[in-house]
Design a protein around this ligand. Structure first.
Ligand SMILES: CC(C)(COP(=O)(O)OP(=O)(O)OC[C@H]1O[C@@H](n2cnc3c(N)ncnc32)[C@H](O)[C@@H]1OP(=O)(O)O)[C@@H](O)C(=O)NCCC(=O)NCCS
Length: 171
C-alpha cells in the first residue's frame, strides 16, 4: 500500500536513497533527510508530498517518492525523487508509486509531469523505466551533473489535449 511518509520513516528512506545510488552517502541525509524534515514541518508549501510503499502497517517502507507542483507553471508537476530498495526492485513497486504520483497530480488539475535524470549508462534502466511508462524525452542539458553527464528531461501528458499540431507534444 502507499501512504504518506511519516517522520519515523526518514531513516529508512535515507538508507534506501543511499542504497539506490541516487545520492552519495554524505548527500542522502542532507538532501533527502532535510527535504523530508521540511515537508513534515510544513515548510515546503502545499502540494509538496512524500509517499512510501509499504507491504503492511508494521513494516518499513520499500520505496518512496517525492513530488510537487512546479512553481509558477500552469498544471505542471515535478517528480523529484523516486526510489525502490534495491532488494525489491523489479517487482512493480516503482510502477505503483509512479502511477500514484500521476493520479495525484491529475486529480489536482495537473497537465504535465516532468522528471529529470542523468544520462549516465548506469541510469539506462531508469530511463527505460520512464520511457516504458509513457514519458517522452524532451531535451538534454549537456554536462549538467558533471562533464559528460547530461540532465535528461522527460515529460508525460496527464490528460488528453485537443488542439491541432499537438503531435510532437508528450503524450
Ligand atoms: C527506477 C526505479 C524507481 C523503478 O522501481 P522498481 O520498483 O524497480 O520498478 P518496477 O518493478 O515497477 O518496474 C521495473 C521496471 O524498471 C526497470 N528497472 C530500472 N531499474 C531497475 C532495477 N535496478 N532493477 C529492476 N528493474 C529496474 C525494469 O527494467 C523494469 O522495466 P519494464 O517493466 O519497463 O521492463 C528503481 O529501479 C530504482 O530505485 N532505481 C534506482 C534509483 C533511480 O534511478 N531513481 C530515479 C532517479 S530519477
Amino acid at each position: 500500500m502507499i501512504r504518506h511518509a511519516l517522520a519515523g520513516d526518514t531513516a529508512a528512506l535515507v538508507a534506501i536513497g543511499e542504497a539506490t545510488g541516487i545520492f552519495r552517502p554524505h548527500e542522502a541525509e542532507g538532501l533527502l533527510g532535510a527535504t523530508l524534515d521540511a515537508i513534515h514541518a510544513g515548510q515546503l508549501g502545499e502540494g509538496h508530498q512524500a509517499h512510501v510503499w509499504v507491504e503492511g502497517p508494521e513494516v518499513p517502507p520499500a520505496g518512496w517518492v517525492y513530488f510537487a507542483p512546479t512553481p509558477n507553471a500552469n498544471g505542471v508537476w515535478d517528480l523529484w525523487w523516486i526510489g525502490t530498495d534495491p532488494a525489491r526492485q523489479g517487482r512493480g513497486i516503482g510502477s505503483q508509486l509512479l502511477g500514484f504520483v500521476e493520479d495525484r497530480a491529475r486529480a489536482a488539475g495537473g497537465r504535465l509531469l516532468l522528471v529529470e535524470t542523468s544520462s549516465q549508462p548506469a541510469l539506462d534502466p531508469t530511463r527505460r523505466f520512464y520511457a516504458n511508462r509513457g514519458y517522452v524525452e524532451c531535451g538534454r542539458v549537456p554536462d549538467f551533473y558533471g562533464e559528460g553527464d547530461a540532465k535528461v528531461i522527460f515529460a508525460k501528458r496527464l490528460r488528453p489535449v485537443a488542439r491541432p499540431g499537438a503531435d510532437d507534444d508528450p503524450t
